[in-house]
Design a binder for this molecule. Structure first.
Ligand code: GLC
Ligand code: CA
Length: 562
């Protein structure tokens, strides 16, 4: 049934190196900085570190544009530093997984530099080049994820190349066997250095429909939706199966796919090939559009808790004993979770703990993004010049061109920008939050004097200490890892509640997602004699039995029933 695998019981911590810790005071976080903070990560109870890209890169998209897969970005250190990091992580019985970005490279990668030299050269076919339509239009109407066309015209060879992201990130041509085998070779090179797996960047985009059709025109704007032709494309399964056979199956590693619009059936289908582990788990994006338009992240929508509940229910029930989930709310591409799903003003402490309770009591492997464990919040820079993210800056430019008011554009950016998650880690109340002694590459969130690791360590009731307790509770109660998920109160608009059950016990989790207090009667839902409170984010909880449990603003309760 549920076979033991180390990655199922692991808690993962995501590091965005540029913003974690600067060891040499150039304003940019680096690998030695991470090494300096391993005690902190170990103390939190972490098993696996996911390191965002550290490879050589001109940083058009902060390392997601790689110019050399076998070298480290100068600002982050060198190969000896990464070897040292791997060794020290392993010495602490933790593991390290790295980002695998192989849908595209940087336009500075030597393959692309050679590819664009002429129409006939051995590297031309490493990327996706096409003639323009009617000699003057891009080959398809597909829009790039960072705005504008996903094709850029090259004067020299008079063809367009495809880039689903920035023009500095040309898409690799996975139809080319040589490209695939170079990637597999690179993966083995890293695995042989001792890393424990990969987080696979936009991995379900690698196979494109080779007829390259136009997409349906989008409601607003001049572009079409190309996603049906490059998400979960015709050869995706074939390519990943080959990656398994050529690389993954030879190692005891963990893989997590970043797969927007994948669906549960694919999650199950891709988790195993011929009984061997392929994609152990995936990041689905369904929760990422509960507060925004599915096709346009900049358009806001009210959160309906019932939608959140139904997403969890669907995934948890369908994957049960068939696949495994990755549980996350935040990462380097999303706003801070306490600002987005909680209340970062009046109930920051309570709502951050409530969200932590949810993430750490769900089926699947939980992911904590750096700073989440101290309740870091979104930032509101008042000037576009302070933003660094290519997506944010492109959005600003394009809206500005359309004459949208600057304060309105900034309002969108404050809510949605990826830079919300990229301001430096707040270590203490000293100058620049203890992140650097020089000018940081992006400003520190001005709330660092109040919100920082040192304060959290000193306060027994802090968010950080709550995370530590919860992680221990999860590890000591396997029901919270493997138990069956059973929703309760499905129609309640404010309170999210569910059971986790197996032969070892029954747990009841109650999470108030809003400020509204209410009294709930659980007595018809389950019978039990003893209600043991394991952890809550309030000190004085008001309950005596299942009959009436009074739930305070953003309260979280984890009970064991017996
Ligand atoms: C993924 C990454 C994101 C990056 C994009 C292109 O979504 O998480 O940061 O910009 O892929 O590589
Ligand atoms: Ca540095």
């Amino acid at each position: 049934m549920n076979k033991y695998k180390w990655w199922k019981e692991a808690v993962v911590y995501q590091i965005y190196p540029r913003s974690f810790q600067d060891s040499n005071n150039d304003g940019i976080g680096d690998i030695p900085g991470i090494i300096n903070k391993l005690d902190y990560i170990e103390d939190l109870g972490i098993d696996v570190i996911w390191l965002c890209p550290v490879y050589k890169s001109p940083n058009a998209d902060n390392g997601y544009d790689i110019s050399d897969y076998n070298r480290i970005m100068d600002e982050f250190g060198d190969l000896d530093d990464i070897k040292e990091l791997i060794k020290k992580v392993h010495n602490r019985d933790m593991k390290l997984i790295m980002d695998l970005v192989v849908n595209h490279t940087s336009n500075q990668h030597e393959w692309f530099i050679k590819s664009k030299k002429s129409k006939i050269n051995p590297f031309r076919d490493y990327y996706i080049w096409k003639d323009g339509k009617e000699g003057k239009f891009p080959p398809t109407n597909w829009e790039s994820y960072f705005g504008g066309s996903s094709w850029t015209y090259d004067q020299k060879t008079k063809q367009y190349y495809l880039h689903l992201f920035a023009k500095e990130q040309p898409d690799l041509n996975w139809e080319n066997k040589e490209v695939r085998h170079k990637i597999y070779e690179m993966m083995r090179w890293w695995l042989d250095k001792g890393i424990d797996g990969f987080r696979m960047d936009v991995i379900n985009m690698i196979s494109k429909d080779q007829t390259f059709p136009d997409g349906e025109e989008k409601k607003k704007g001049e572009y079409g939706d190309g996603t049906p032709y490059f998400l979960n494309g015709p050869k995706l399964y074939e390519f990943l199966k080959e990656m398994g056979e050529e690389v993954l199956f030879d190692y005891d590693i963990m893989t997590v796919g970043e797969t927007n619009n994948f669906g549960i059936d694919n999650a199950i289908k891709f988790s195993k090939v011929n009984d061997k582990d392929l994609l152990n788990m995936i990041f689905h994006f369904e929760l990422m559009s509960v507060d925004r338009d599915k096709d346009n992240k900049w358009i806001e929508k009210d959160i309906d808790l019932k939608e959140i509940k139904s997403i969890y229910k669907k995934w948890n029930q369908k994957l049960y004993n068939k696949g495994w989930n990755a549980v996350y709310l935040g990462n380097h591409d999303q706003p801070r979770i306490v600002s987005r799903f909680g209340d970062d003003k009046n109930y920051r402490n309570e709502s951050a703990k409530m969200l932590a309770t949810m993430i750490l009591t769900m089926p699947g492997t939980p992911y904590i993004y750096q700073g989440e464990e101290i309740g870091m919040t979104n930032v509101k820079f008042d000037d576009i010049g302070k933003y660094r993210d290519i997506e944010t800056i492109n959005y600003y430019r394009m809206q500005n061109k359309k004459n949208k008011r600057v304060d309105e554009i900034l309002k969108d950016i404050h809510r949605v920008s990826r830079d919300n998650a990229r301001t430096p880690m707040q270590w203490d109340e000293s100058f620049n939050a203890g992140f650097t002694e020089s000018t940081p590459w992006i400003d520190i969130n001005p709330n660092y004097k109040n919100i920082n690791v040192k304060n959290e360590q000193n306060d027994p009731d802090s968010i950080l200490n709550f995370y530590k307790q919860l992680i221990k509770i999860r590890k000591n109660n396997k029901t919270l890892i493997y138990g069956k998920y059973e929703p309760v109160l499905e129609d309640d608009q404010n309170v999210f509640s569910y059971f986790r059950k197996d032969s070892n016990g029954i747990y009841l989790i109650i999470l108030n997602f809003f400020e509204k207090s209410q009294v709930i009667d659980f007595s018809s839902k389950v019978s039990c004699e003893n209600l043991n409170l394991i952890i809550s984010n309030y000190k004085n909880n008001e309950y005596a039995n299942l009959l009436n449990i009074k739930i305070k603003p953003y309260e979280s309760l984890l009970f064991k029933l017996s």
